[in-house]
Design a protein around this ligand. Structure first.
Ligand code: HPA
Ligand code: ZN
Length: 350
């Protein structure tokens, strides 16, 4: 059964956080390297005999004060440098998927940045096999379905992206799609037009970060040049009414990450976030955690804090969870089962 909008019962404000925690949801914007908690960074550094710049877990955590995307990326790439073996990639992914399951995330699509690791001499097989084995095990052990989206680093060259794609092709059946991340401003989507054209011909799903810090024009070219099926972040579309209409009409999902946007100063505080405007305009917006170990929260933290700051209600909770399943690269019969589980949660919630 598919509940219509009018069927969602109002929920008392003090019960809303419990509903947000309990409802099944999909996470579609999580950089798996951004799930590395400082404790795990230190444990992996020790296991691999590596020295770290920060003296302790607390000192590392204290460095997490960001002014913009680049100030975060510098620390994020340093943190990821402790990953060397297949077991490292497995352990990181398993830790995230356990947390996700505890937040009632039933489906997750994980970004990873192979170039961060291949540049240090880590093999593509090491990376993908470790990530993929954790995804397979999470289905059996936690009941979470998980798949992998390989991201190209946009501050690097088109040639580097093509080489990365070639290295990954023998393992292509372990990936569902490709994405584009890292420093946005000055690295427009069209820099990767030919790489994405090749990925489309190969049958990969395509997403790209656009309109996080960059202008609405980058969202237009992500759609029209890269032919992406979803836009990651995309919040700068609020500055372009025609683009908002295009996204709504074509039902192009946005994977919005409220705590990330706050921590990277895209919005001065959560109360200033434009998520409500995106939903009101009929966009297929979703809530996601981006880099939860760095931005102060996993999925349910993003939901509860954003709902409190923007005074959102049960109807918007249902819409956001429904959007997450609509936006996922999920087989239709599985998607319908998720819709059914979502509706059942809302029907039985007291
Ligand atoms: N933006 C761009 N690149 C990233 C991000 C982000 O929010 N997180 C990890 N890599
Ligand atoms: Zn991101």
């Amino acid at each position: 059964m598919n509940l219509g909008k009018s069927v969602i019962k109002p929920v008392a404000k003090d019960r809303l956080p419990e509903l947000l925690r309990r409802m099944p949801k999909a996470e579609l914007h999580i950089h798996i390297e951004g799930s590395l908690e400082p404790e795990l960074i230190f444990a992996l550094a020790q296991r691999n005999g590596l020295a770290l710049r920060h003296a302790s877990v607390d000192a590392l955590r204290r460095a997490y004060a960001f002014t913009n995307l680049q100030s975060f990326l510098d620390i994020y790439y340093a943190g990821a440098s402790v990953l060397l073996t297949e077991q490292d990639f497995y352990d990181m992914t398993r830790a995230y998927l356990l947390k996700a399951a505890q937040d009632n995330v039933v489906h997750a699509e994980l970004f990873f940045d192979p170039q961060t690791h291949t540049a240090r001499g880590v093999g593509m097989e090491t990376i993908i096999n470790g990530l993929h084995r954790a995804c397979v095990d999470a289905r059996a052990d936690f009941g979470v379905s998980a798949s992998l989206i390989m991201c190209f680093l946009r501050h690097l060259s088109e040639k580097g992206a093509f080489e990365t794609l070639e290295q990954a092709l023998p393992l292509r059946n372990k990936l569902i799609g490709v994405g584009l991340d890292s420093g946005e401003v000055g690295n427009p989507p069209e820099k990767f037009a030919r790489v994405f054209e090749r990925c489309r011909a190969l049958g990969f799903h395509r997403v790209a970060h656009a309109g996080e810090e960059g202008p609405p024009e980058y969202i237009w070219t992500a759609l029209d040049v890269l032919k992406v099926e979803r836009v990651d972040h995309g919040v700068q579309c609020g500055k372009d009414a025609m683009l908002m209409r295009r996204l709504a009409q074509d039902r192009i999902p946005l994977t919005v990450c409220p705590l990330s946007n706050f921590k990277l100063c895209v919005f001065p505080d959560l109360a200033s976030h434009n998520l409500r405007q995106l939903l009101d305009a009929g966009l297929v917006a979703t809530i996601n955690s981006d880099d939860p170990a760095y931005f102060g929260g996993y999925m349910n933290d993003n939901f509860t804090q954003t709902f409190a700051a923007l005074n959102l209600d049960a109807q918007q909770a249902w819409t956001l969870a429904h959007n997450s399943f609509e936006a996922g690269f999920i087989e239709p019969s599985a998607r319908q089962r998720y819709f059914d589980r979502l509706n059942e949660t809302f029907e039985t919630f007291q």
